[in-house]
Design a protein around this ligand. Structure first.
Ligand SMILES: [Zn+2]
Length: 424
């Protein structure tokens, strides 16, 4: 049904260029979906700088969200805003509990994690890394048979997977949950996975932004919410958590407008959610790789996001490129430096690589685009196929946590090497 609606709405969009719609009755009446011509990454960055949240790019057109004021301002500056559509019209009521009931809300995720950990008490440890603004727990599950808790220090190579920075990206919560489940179920079943678990320190934080995620679904209709639930002023809520990290914070590709979908926050690490991630990562010096799941577009992104220049350390850059292209063979995503799309400063991966040297990736999961794929709400069928596509990349990264440079210096020692050299 959702696919059909997207198709219909896009048809309407293309038929009614630059038509404006009256506000609807949604709680966020001012949010619009728009398409704007921007032929280069520099022009796309300019759009984001002014508060337009780009969600997908097709040739010379960027599609995304902004409020009416931002769109009006862009038009005044001569940007070709080809079409705009209230988000409320664009996204018809979708029922998370019914149509998408396999997706986990906060309570269901909490239950599921508790059950899993209870099932594998010697392997898995669960704790909270902090509370969200509204007081929900930010759960972490650690897979490590050689420690007794989540916080015991480990000398073994560490890796952390995160999901759900952005509220409406529900698939990015399901994938780390499924990966975690798969690893536990295959301990002492699958030799590769058993070896990895015995020699690595593996963490999952599947839902960074539980407040936003709950807000997105609580009415029974998707709200297309992205940010956390900070009240910025009398009118506007939410900080974009993936623009709130400190490294080169506020240097482009984010907005000072508290109503923008890419609002950077009042200060770096102003939000409890990003503070909790900061503390978690900084207190685990054995972490060597970080993967933050987002949706959508099917991309494998690596630093930098805050500038167009590539990483200056040639050895690191070589490893990033090799890892990204290798993983792309398996999931068929597009590997690239994040800023090849447009500038985005204050994200998780620039921070974790820029300040701590942790090899950090963002996966933009399925679908590839809005059309035919469902955008942020791809339906229950996307969960298993996205998991299948990303299992090898995830195992490959876990293996490389001892030394990511091994991807280049000794590729024959990395997982699935035969796949890497043969035609798939
Ligand atoms: Zn995202």
């Amino acid at each position: 049904m959702l696919r059909l609606l997207f198709t219909i709405n896009l048809t309407i969009l293309s038929l009614l260029p630059s038509m404006s719609f009256a506000h609807s009755n949604l709680e966020e009446p001012n949010l619009y979906w728009a398409s704007i011509t921007a032929e280069t990454k520099e022009k796309r960055t300019e759009l984001v700088n002014q508060g337009f949240s780009i969600e997908t790019i097709v040739e010379d057109t960027s599609y995304g969200f902004a409020n009416q004021e931002i769109l009006d301002s862009l038009k005044l500056q001569g940007f070709d805003v080809k079409a705009e559509f209230p988000a409320a019209e664009f996204i018809r009521p979708q029922d998370f509990p019914n149509n998408d009931s396999v997706y986990h809300n906060y309570a269901e995720l909490t239950d599921e994690l508790r059950k899993l950990v209870a099932q594998y008490p010697k392997l898995a440890h669960m704790d909270t890394i902090g509370k969200t603004l509204e007081g929900r727990e930010m759960w972490v599950v650690r897979i490590n048979p050689n420690v007794d808790s989540t916080f015991e220090q480990s000398g073994t190579p560490g890796i952390v997977f995160m999901g759900g920075h952005h509220a409406r990206e529900h698939l990015s919560v399901e994938i780390p949950l499924l990966m975690l489940t798969h690893l536990l179920k295959n301990y002492n079943v699958d030799q590769t996975i058993t070896n990895l678990i015995n020699t690595r320190d593996i963490y999952f934080i599947p839902q960074v932004n539980a407040d936003g995620s709950e807000y997105d679904i609580e009415s029974g209709s998707y709200r297309h919410w992205r940010k956390n639930r900070k009240q910025n002023d009398a009118r506007c809520f939410g900080v974009d958590l993936n623009r709130n990290y400190s490294f080169q914070w506020g240097t482009g590709g984010s907005s000072t407008n508290p109503c923008s979908d890419v609002f950077m926050g009042a200060a770096p690490f102003s939000e409890p959610e990003t503070q909790a991630i900061k503390l978690f990562v900084e207190t685990r010096p054995n972490l060597k790789i970080l993967l933050s799941f987002h949706t959508f577009s099917e991309l494998i992104l690596y630093p930098w996001g805050h500038k167009y220049d590539s990483i200056s350390d040639a050895r690191d850059l070589g490893a990033y490129e090799k890892m990204a292209t290798t993983m792309a063979r398996w999931n068929k995503y597009t590997p690239q430096q994040a800023s090849d799309l447009y500038i985005a400063s204050g994200d998780t991966t620039d921070w974790s690589y820029g300040t701590l040297g942790i090899f950090s990736f963002t996966f933009e999961l399925s679908p590839r685009n809005m059309w035919g794929g469902g955008g942020f709400y791809p339906g229950p069928g996307a969960i298993q196929t996205t998991f299948n596509a990303n299992l090898k990349p995830v195992l490959y990264l876990i293996d490389l946590a001892d030394d990511p440079h091994r991807a280049v210096t000794a590729p024959e020692t990395t997982l699935f090497f035969r796949d890497q050299v043969t035609k798939l």
